[in-house]
Design a protein around this ligand. Sequence first.
Ligand code: FA5
Ligand code: MG
Length: 468
Amino acid sequence: NSPPCRSYATAERSLTIGGKQYPSDSWTNVPSSILDQFGRSLHAQKDHPISITRSLIESRFPGFQNHNHLPGVVTVNQNFDSLGFTKDHPGRSRTDTYYINKDTLLRTHTSAHEVDVFKANTSNGYTISADVYRRDAVDRSHYPIFHQMEGALTWDRKDFASSADLVAKIKEDFEKLPKHDLVVEDPNPTFHLERNPLQSEFHTPEEAEAIAAHLKRSLEDMVVTIFTEADKALAAAGQGAEGEKESLKVRWVEAFFPHTSPSWEMEVWWRGDWLEVLGCGVIDQPLLNRAEVSSRVGWAFGIGLERIAMLLFGIPDIRLFWSKDQRFLGQFDESKPIRRFQPFSKYPAAPRDVAFWLPKTGPVVADTPASTTSAPSPAGGQVTEPSTSERPAFHENDLMEVVRNAAGDSVEDVSLIDDFTHPKTGKHSLCYRITYRSLEKTLTTEEANALHEQIRQELASKFGVELR
Ligand code: FA5
Ligand code: MG
């Protein structure tokens, strides 16, 4: 008998989410730990650092319509098909996405609402801020629920007599954007035939250049302004960055998204490393056609609010955002200038290792975009039901999920520390270090041991691994 644990919602025939009932099926993989946190909407909670960050970003896009309450349960069509994700895109896999059933899921990004909002066509510019859900690693910068803001701006060709007039207007709008004097690294051409193509069927090179320039300047202004103002506020409060000696650095790198082309990511230099904060690009024209606004052209971005909030306030661990502890929440006030987060006492870490042999049958599914997945493509057409007699292949995200369900926010980090294949038998062994550390109290040795033992047993019973 396995030790008591939070039950997976899959055991039931239906799920209730936000007061609505959904039938479950063989695709269902949303655990109760996620449902417990569903809909807390930290981005709309007064004085919460995620909400403060959202308003700061919104303030750099004047005139945009702000959508902050779009519901988190969406269809596979909204989340993937409407954006042009291919049927075999790895993001659709059940190792990466929380499915309610084969047609319904917890949105994995705010882009899920793009087509609907474009279709409503009530403003040229809009933002959408929301909670998003992904099966992912466990560490201080990843959490299965986080918050994104989508932003988009379009121009309507119908308002212009020619492409040249459209380009002239985008350039005129560009000139009106605030200027900054940060040197931003941007070594690549705006588009590149193989790496980052122009949508040549729909856009002239001049149109794409003008849209890209407007997009990049708008986003640069956003980060430069909010970080410069935060720096000023911190300096005035005697919390300046002297010791850290880390001035703001920003760069553009080429990227790929099914729903934009060309595409980029913005990275910000933080604590000795480049941190990706947003993805963006020239909106895929077929997407705008699907939204029945085919005469519009423009740009879109998606930014991670936690990433920005951690930088702005100096918040060291993403779990803190979920804290209901007044020692955390009491430090933020939207009507006051930014102050650096003052960590309350740090409780001791209790690291424990778990090593196991993988079952011979189940190949490891590597966590790479190119990986095939244990789940068939859910959308449309043929849906292959997983065979019940077959054990699912071990995927690292499954281990993360077992850890989250057993120990929740008492785990700070899970890292692979050893990966070994026996030279003679070919048997494959993995060793993970699980670092237990609560943000709110000291875990006793007994508590850490009990959590660890529960996790070990679940790994053995769920994935047939042989504990070492
Ligand atoms: C997307 O989600 C795209 N939809 C963004 C986009 C929108 C591109 C519109 C083009 C046009 P990505 O998976 O890279 O892309 O996530 C966007 C941002 O969300 C990341 O840059 C990062 O800031 C944040 N993010 C992603 N995963 C996590 C995570 N597990 N925890 C915290 N933040 C995350
Ligand atoms: Mg990314």
